[in-house]
Ligand binder design. Structure first.
Ligand code: LHQ
Length: 309
């Protein structure tokens, strides 16, 4: 797919049902709504990607994996484009929430396996190097991103893509979606953080079963097991994700960034380490403009208007 105009891209995003209304303005003011800084683009699909779609509307950035004919599997081009899109999200003032989703019927089938085969039909692929260069960098960046990252899992998420989705801060999935640790089917092991996130969230037995049997885990079971935040009916996914994203985009962004640091560290630290970390991070949160606003709003018996600072 070649260079396309933003309106075309927008149609695709809208048909995937996940982007915010292009004409929707942010609610503002004391209703607790999004405070959009003047330099924040109200809408901003870019024209220079061929494997992803990019949009930022009212502080909500959306990256849509967009190779639906190959179930949005990852190629080197897609990884390169994702790096650029993340550069944009990381630019101060651009976004206060990131949504990651897929176009068409799937979220993503993981690594594009045709990349592993050369023109003679031989399989040559340094999977370790692809992890180091691509997936691990992206996972680390998503975790460090100073804003909430939502995975909107619209269909099957397989292989590295399942674990990339699980690497987002909140995972919300359509009821028809599933999470497939497909690796054993092709003689690999779960990667992209899966051996960490699965063990921590659902325990060793369930992690081992998913890894060894490589059977799809329905979204509903994933939610029941605590692997993801929520499973919703397919026709509710777009609205639920937008509502969640807009709520988070009007929240205390700096506190969210600190929460991410605390909670991810909490998966590995002991109790004493975590108490000490909370002191450091809470001290920082307590110096924020949003803390001052939160307290003033509480005492003034009005909803807070957070700027994210
Ligand atoms: C695909 C793919 C795909 C290419 C569907 N590649 N074309 C590895 C190496 C390096 C570093 C990082 O980590 C990794 C880990 C990985 O991620 S390895 C890849 C792991 N993923 C898989 O093994 C999943 C492979 N795909 C499937 O098993 C199925 O496609 C699932 C179960 C996801 C969905 O099944 P269906 O709904 O029946 O769809 P489909 O199989 O018909 O796929 C649709 C098309 O997409 C089809 O093309 P075609 O031309 O026949 O219509 C597939 O060939 C293509 N496709 N996954 N990973």
């Amino acid at each position: 797919m070649l260079l396309v105009g933003w309106r075309w891209e927008w149609d695709i995003v809208r048909s995937a049902g996940l982007a915010g209304s292009i004409s929707a303005g942010a609610e503002r003011g004391p209703a607790g709504a999004a405070m959009i800084q003047d330099n924040m683009p109200r809408q901003g699909p870019m024209m220079d990607f061929s494997t992803i779609l990019w949009d930022v509307t009212d502080g909500v950035a959306t990256i849509t994996l967009n190779r639906p004919e190959r179930l949005n599997s990852f190629t080197e081009t897609m990884h390169a484009e994702l790096r650029v899109a993340l550069d944009r999200v990381e630019t101060p003032g651009v976004a206060r929430v990131l949504i990651l989703t897929g176009a068409g019927r799937g979220f993503s089938a993981g690594q594009d396996l045709s990349d592993a085969m050369d023109t003679s039909g031989a399989i040559h692929f340094d999977a370790g190097s692809s992890l180091e260069k691509n997936y691990n960098v992206m996972l680390t960046r998503l975790r460090a991103l100073p804003m909430p990252v939502i995975a909107a899992v619209n269909g099957v998420a397989a292989g590295a893509a399942a674990n990339l989705a699980l690497g987002c801060d909140l995972v919300i999935a359509a009821r028809s979606a599933s999470f497939l640790q497909a690796f054993a089917r092709i003689g690999l092991i779960p990667d992209a953080g899966g051996t960490h996130s699965l063990v921590h969230r659902i325990g060793l037995q369930r992690a081992m079963g998913l890894a060894m049997l490589a059977e799809p885990l329905p979204a509903e079971t994933a939610a029941q097991w605590g692997l993801i935040w929520k499973c919703v009916d397919d026709d509710r996914l777009a609205d639920e994700v937008q509502t969640l994203a807009r709520k988070l985009a009007s929240g205390p962004t700096h506190a969210y960034a600190l929460m991410k640091r605390a909670i991810y560290a909490g998966a590995d630290n002991n109790f004493e380490q975590q108490l000490a970390l909370e002191v450091v991070l809470q001290r920082e949160a307590g110096m924020s403009a949003d803390f001052r606003e939160g307290v003033a709003a509480f005492l003034g018996k009005r909803p807070p208007v957070f700027t994210g600072k």
